[in-house]
Write a protein that binds this ligand. Sequence first.
Ligand code: ZN
Length: 81
Amino acid sequence: MAHKAECEEALDRLFEYIDNELPDDELIRIGEHLKSCPPCEAEHKINEKIKRMVHSTGGEVAPGDLRSRVLATIREARTVE
Ligand SMILES: [Zn+2]
């Protein structure tokens, strides 16, 4: 099942959300979505982890590579549902 437009939006903004780079109303909207949408929340947690990892290596790990690996794993998990 393809995910909803809301999910696309939330996933699109996760990195900005984690960095607190969004206006308050967007932060609230995405926060609410994450609470009501387990797959997006799971990805949010993974993104936070990636961010911490990238931080701890001083930026040596390319976030893009990690992210696509992680997303592939999530997609596999989703097709099982
Ligand atoms: Zn969602």
